[in-house]
Design a protein around this ligand. Structure first.
Ligand code: NDP
Length: 241
């Protein structure tokens, strides 16, 4: 197979780790990014470069991609902007630093990644960006105000860039999972909100898995370059809202 470098952010757990395993199994060379680089390395995937990168840091992100493209001798064919944090709370009392962290990661991280790879994709007239948004980027939920704001932003950014990139044959795909079992919820600092969420997941018979979401990502990427799945929403069947 032609070398097609895939860059995955937030590959140290959850969806990112599963997407990395599946694409590696299909033979893709990978650049994996996260802050916990030891967890990236522990995946022990062949033909894979792991770098400690905070996606909100444009320079770190760009350096890691430049270095991987140099080592592999090819440009990035696909960027999966997956890194994200969900810190639920009420606007009237949530620590504003939680908003900063979410917007820095979920929004600026996505913009950074797109800027790092888009020019070369545009010149090559080929490439794929897959942004992991959320159903909270399509509709609203209690306690999700700031998080939802970040994910609505991901949708807005993706829609615009898709429009701009269409004449250049570059795909922009937005994938929006519903409740899925990963580390995401563990970072919520309000114990009551966290417990309510766990109870809700149990009440609907459990969440979908990282594998379910990775299957969707790999499917969307595997279609011909001329075919773009613009938006894909994937939730547990029993999730009503
Ligand atoms: P996890 O918490 O398991 O994974 C999040 C990943 O993002 C980790 O690898 C983490 O790595 C990375 N990350 C967080 N902050 C940064 C940062 N500043 N720089 C680089 N990497 C970072 O959660 P999920 O797998 O569930 O989340 C993946 C994406 O899916 C997120 O965008 C999330 O919003 C979205 N999502 C998840 C849903 C769910 O129910 N699980 C539902 C809908 C959307 P590290 O800490 O090592 O940096």
């Amino acid at each position: 197979m032609d070398k097609k470098l895939v860059v995955i952010t937030g590959a140290s757990s959850g969806f990112g780790a599963e997407i990395a395993k599946q694409l590696s199994g299909l033979g893709y060379p990978l650049l994996l990014l996260a802050r916990r680089v030891e967890k990236l390395e522990a995946l022990e995937l062949p033909n894979t470069i792991c770098r400690k990168v905070d996606v909100s840091d444009h320079q770190q992100f760009a350096q890691a991609v430049d270095e991987a493209e140099e080592i592999f001798g090819c440009e990035t064919d696909c960027l999966v902007n997956n890194a994200g944090v969900m810190l639920l709370g009420h606007v009237e009392d949530q620590d504003p630093q939680e908003w900063q962290k979410m917007f820095a990661t979920n929004v600026f991280g996505v913009l950074n990644g797109m800027q790092v790879v888009l020019n070369k994709m545009k010149q090559r007239k080929s490439g794929t960006i897959i942004n992991i948004s959320s159903v909270a980027g399509v509709k609203t939920y209690e306690e999700h105000a700031a998080y939802s704001g970040t994910k609505f932003a991901v949708h807005g950014i993706g829609e615009t860039v898709r429009w701009e990139m269409a004449p250049h044959n570059v795909r922009v795909i937005t994938i929006s999972p519903g409740a899925a079992e990963t580390e995401l919820l563990q970072h919520v600092t309000d114990p009551k909100i966290q417990q309510d969420y766990v109870n809700w997941k149990e009440s609907i018979g459990g969440a979908i898995t990282a594998k379910d979401v990775a299957d969707a990502v790999v499917f969307a990427y595997s279609l011909p370059q001329s075919v773009c799945i613009r938006d894909l929403v994937i939730t547990p069947t029993r999730q009503q809202n």
